[in-house]
Design a protein around this ligand. Structure first.
Ligand code: 6PG
Length: 258
């Protein structure tokens, strides 16, 4: 089970699990509880997914009691980042989430916001931002009074071994983007190279963020983010600092250098 501790220096709540299996059990309860809270408060639940291993870690939500108890019809799902490939391509984050999660729950198809895969990276980012503006205008997605950027109810973020989140990579100028809601990258160090991504002002306006990180390959970046040494070059994961609540879900190997 989890060793739970509030981490120092306002870095959020840190939860370390014996295994990825235990982590996925807790992540399901956390997500279902937030779903209930936000649907009660605002009649909708706006969820942002990343790609990668996160989707597998959401599997317990597909089981009892959550499969029946979650009001899936109120979910609105978008992606924090997406690869600019056709939706049926093996590299598509939409395909990964659709095959492993979305196709197994009754979220209305109109509430799933995939990118327009007929466009260039630049065009797809503009189009996704326009879609997000419409969701804000329709009051499906809140607008943060503090930042003026969209405020999602929950972002479920993974982290790469280099400390990247979304498609915001260490040392890349996109990390500093502070005007756009959605932007694009054509030289991603992690393949495929062309992607779109929410920007940090959007990520950091969220009401809640779960950083879901498993495996020893992530231990160095976790140590750099949560350890005590000062470092002037912040990894993207260290820039994650939501208006609301940040919760780290780590398995033991990912937390092994703390
Ligand atoms: O498109 C992507 O690559 C993902 O959206 C990305 O942001 C992911 O969350 C991290 O790279 C971690 O991926 P893993 O959990 O598979 O390491």
């Amino acid at each position: 089970m989890a060793g739970t501790a509030a981490s120092e220096k306002g870095k959020g709540d840190l939860q370390v699990f014996e295994s990825e299996e235990d982590l996925s059990v807790s992540l399901a309860k956390y997500t279902a509880d937030l779903s209930e809270k936000f649907i009660q408060e605002r009649g909708a639940f706006t969820v942002v997914l990343s790609g990668g291993s996160l989707i597998h870690s959401l599997r317990k939500l597909l089981e009892s009691p959550y499969l029946e108890s979650v009001d899936w019809t109120k979910w609105h799902v978008s992606w924090v980042d997406e690869r600019v490939v056709p939706k049926n391509h093996e590299d598509s984050n939409y395909k990964l989430a659709y095959d492993g999660f979305i196709s197994k729950v009754p979220i209305p198809p109109g509430n799933i916001y995939a990118i327009n895969d007929a466009l260039t990276a630049e065009g797809a980012a503009d189009d996704y931002e326009a879609c997000l503006k419409q969701l804000v205008n329709n009051k499906v997605v809140d607008l943060s009074a503090a930042s003026g950027f969209p405020k999602f109810d929950l972002m479920l973020l993974g982290m790469g071994p280099d400390g990247h989140v979304a498609s915001l990579f260490p040392g890349h100028p996109l990390v500093n983007e502070n005007k756009r809601w959605v932007t694009f990258i054509k030289d991603s160090p992690k393949p495929p190279p062309e992607r779109i991504t929410y920007t940090f002002p959007v990520i950091n306006s969220s009401a809640s963020i779960a950083l879901v990180i498993c495996g020893s390959g992530k231990a160095d970046a976790v140590h750099r983010a949560l350890g005590n040494q000062e470092n002037s070059d912040l990894l993207p994961v260290q820039i994650v600092s939501p208006e609301g609540k940040l919760t780290w879900f780590l398995d033991k190997p990912a937390a092994s250098k703390l």
